[in-house]
Design a protein around this ligand. Structure first.
Ligand code: AMP
Ligand code: MG
Length: 363
């Protein structure tokens, strides 16, 4: 089966669910917080979680950044097709699904509303429980499932978020975060403003990385770490100023190289401090920017310096996807977390530290 989670990657969490007596559950998850409309189906059968399907369709603007209204129109058109593809590939009928999970936030309002409307309809029409899922928590839990982790230091970097988190007293706690834009947004905005056209990632390589290959020399740019938090907006402004004054590929390459190195090194610094203070033995990199090879290499070296093991998430699960919503929905569901369809409101600024995570181990 496509993208099936193997028995060997069976998570500790799933084992404990099984021990709790629930033998077979099938959850359908819907993701539509930003550029992706995704539908995933996850099944827990005899204690083994299996991702039956992870279908998605990604909105790529013709030019500029993601316009929420255009992205939501795209989702509305794609939703029935993605849902149909997911169900046929999984060989599952809606009537056979145990529950519907929906990412209610954080994200872009118009996009969130499309997924929420589809999920509320499916829940009401098929009389299925509806499970509210926080998108950021889902990014973490899918990484833990795929790598069979119990208690990692989490580095979550995406188009909308940049934060370091640890689990404590059955919640994820943020121990460092961006004070302004996200790491993904920094890279994408820089690429856009220097005149590159979307998509900004081609064959798994960000255009800023491709441009950095032209460069050789490091230029000093604002490196802004405040306590354990980060600020990328001054770096963006300064890099754009240098890029506009650059003559030729080599000079532009130097700016791309320096932008990337500065931003990634800032993230490595705060991650390292968090790792040492929290004394974790596992590091998990998740979110769309987790597909970046240079960042993976840097964080892996940092983790090994402190005797910790480094884990990352495969590209199809690193970016926004429906399987992560289905899996996190399943974790909520077995702990009785559901919402009435008429009360399933979207939450554009729903922070991950506001979410109770009853499946987490005691500490
Ligand atoms: P997400 O919001 O989790 O779907 O992540 C999307 C973000 O990940 C966007 O800002 C992308 O530019 C970024 N991204 C995806 N692949 C890469 C890559 N290989 N290197 C750097 N950033 C990436
Ligand atoms: Mg995301």
């Amino acid at each position: 089966m496509e993208n099936a989670v193997t028995q060997s990657s069976l998570g500790n969490i799933a084992r404990s669910i099984h021990e709790g007596g629930l033998s077979k559950l099938t959850v359908l998850g819907i993701e539509s917080t930003s550029h992706t409309f995704g539908v995933g189906v996850v099944r827990l059968s005899s204690g083994a979680p299996e991702i039956l399907v992870n279908e998605f369709s990604r909105y790529v603007p013709e030019k500029g950044g993601i316009h929420p209204r255009d992205a939501s129109n795209y989702h509305a058109k794609e939703a029935p097709k993605v849902l149909y593809r997911a169900l046929s590939k999984a060989g599952v009928k809606l009537s056979e699904v145990s529950a519907i999970a929906i990412a209610l936030g954080p994200g872009l309002g118009p996009c969130l509303r499309v997924g929420a409307t589809v999920a509320r309809f499916l829940s009401s029409y098929y009389s299925k429980p509806l499970i509210p899922v926080n998108h950021a928590v889902a990014h973490i839990e899918i990484g833990k499932l795929l790598n069979n982790l119990r208690d990692p230091l989490v580095i979550y970097v995406s188009g909308g978020n940049t934060l370091i988190a640890v689990q404590r007293r059955k919640r994820y706690r943020i121990v460092g975060e961006t004070l302004d834009i996200s790491l993904g947004n920094l890279l994408d905005t820089f690429a856009r403003e220097i005149g590159l056209a979307p998509p900004y990632v081609v064959n798994g390589v960000h255009q800023v990385d491709a441009c950095a290959n032209w460069g050789e020399d490091f230029i000093d740019l604002p490196y802004t770490v405040k306590g354990n938090d980060l600020s990328f907006s001054g770096l963006l402004t300064a890099a754009l100023k240098k890029a506009r004054g650059a003559k030729g590929e080599r000079e532009l390459g130097n700016v791309c190289l320096s932008l990337r190195e500065t931003a990634f090194n800032m993230l490595v610094e705060v991650s390292e401090r968090a790792l040492v203070l929290a004394a974790k033995s596992e590091v998990l990199l998740t979110g769309g920017v987790a597909a970046n090879q240079v960042l993976n290499d840097k964080l892996k070296s940092m983790a090994s310096l402190h005797g910790a093991k480094f884990y990352t998430v495969p590209a199809d699960y690193a970016g926004d996807n429906g399987a992560m919503i289905a899996w996190n929905g399943l974790l909520h569901y077995v702990h009785g977390v559901i919402v009435r369809p008429e009360e399933a409101f979207i939450r554009q600024r729903w922070r991950l530290d506001e979410v109770d995570a009853p499946w987490l181990p005691e500490d």
